[in-house]
Design a protein around this ligand. Sequence first.
Ligand SMILES: [Zn+2]
Ligand SMILES: [Zn+2]
Length: 216
Amino acid sequence: MIRECGIILGLHRLPEAYLLESNAPIAFTFGSEDEWFLVISSGLLKILDHDEVKAAIGHECGHMKCHHIKYHTLAEMLVRGVEFSLDLAGGLLNMLSPILRLMLFSWHRESEISADRAALIVSRDPAKPVSLLRKLARVIPGLNNPVLEPLSTHPTHEERINRLLEFYRSPEYRAVRGKVDWRLAISKAISPICRFCSGSKPTLSLFCPKCGRSQV
Ligand SMILES: [Zn+2]
Ligand SMILES: [Zn+2]
């Protein structure tokens, strides 16, 4: 699924993926511009069906595609400022003006909207990411209070669903679909032999397991 999302979204590299043994229903991505790590909890896999897992992976790959990772890490530190306040980086972050914090959180909320669009692009059907968001709204009810929104890194689930459906009806979405169909056509034409190192590779994989290079 991660490989498929990588092809559809045109990632230049796949993330390293980890399963977190935890009942908390979470998925997140961290790293730098050169290295990405995707973490999904067993608690999340337990409550999602196949299509919802794919939408969740598409969402996280969307953050990679849009280069959100580094600022998410910063926002994460701000949210958990108290725990970090004793070390130097945390001390400096705590001095960030309240206005800057609100701006970073507002940017973060928009980044979630972009990642939801990636989830739609890999799912093709808006019902899949919408059912993922509805499920998350039930298990993480804290994110549903619009009054707290300016202080949150995530928009309310209702807002995310509305913005997703808005995008689905837009000409931009139709243009992206054309691009994705082209990528999928190329991925189908790929041979079981790597065109760089001549090693054998899974036929549908764009990335050679031996030398790691993308075939397009
Ligand atoms: Zn996200
Ligand atoms: Zn190769």
